[in-house]
Write a protein that binds this ligand. Sequence first.
Ligand SMILES: [Zn+2]
Length: 325
Amino acid sequence: MIAEEQMNDITHKLEKGLVKELTNNPGNRFVNVLVLRELQSNAVFTTNGQDADVVTLTVNNGDESMNYSPAIMFMRKQTGSDRRFGKAMLRTLLDVECTMQVNKMCQKCLECVLYGSAASEDVKETKSVTSRVMYDTAFTIRDSSVIIEEKFQNAPGDGYAKESTTAIREPDFFNPGVMFPCVITLRDATFTELLFILSITLKNKRYGAVTTRIGRVKNHILGIYAGSEEGPSNLELTTGVIRKLAEENKQNLEDIVTLSTLDVGSVLRHTKSVFDDLVEKERLEITGLEGGDLNTILDSLTDELMKDIFKEQNEASEKFINSIT
Ligand SMILES: [Zn+2]
């Protein structure tokens, strides 16, 4: 059991970014959760059903300027999967019945009140609730040309062949080992709502197309930062990691983004240090938890310990919604 005193101490350290009770008056209280998402199997992230989404970015360091084309993981791909997982967690732990159907969400559970919901068809006199969890599109560190495979399946045979004109093209596959540095930001959230987001992030391991049953992801939680403004963006993080890797390996930026593999340990270390450097350089009003406190929180996220805590928040969320609608 986590000593209450220790948790109180951690809550105190994060107090600039949290609210004690849910409020309907937006304030500037932010908690940033720094995460590295690492693919551990093939995954499909696509918006048109077939092609990976690719953008072009420019990265500079003192002597080199380079364009590269990372693949991206849209914000919706992350929220959709996390919301589904969060609702399932509440169902398992607390028997809370809610749904992912847009206009049929219960609007009053911990998950709906935190992630927001559209006005319901079934519940009378409800309003839409604005989400207080912000995800942004995440970028791969490497170029799409080295991390994505186009697969073709020959009809009617069952072998794979590339560049076959009669073949059926399958959706683009992201290879295992692909990494996305990213930040999840909570606004005006309670400490328990933060624990809920951390539980989801730690335990959810499937992202991407639901029907494919692939897309195994390990979410490494690298830091929790609280303050009166948002932290660095996913874009700054990813380009910063490329610069650090080039510096460490004494290679060009272009060589880094076309490597066939990346060392996870190095990327974890650099993601954290890029975030910390940017906070200092841009004089952001944000403070991070020390490693020991972060581990204390992550160790506490067991079903056994969270059940009662989430139950209490779930009741508080319903009470809050009833008081404003
Ligand atoms: Zn709900």
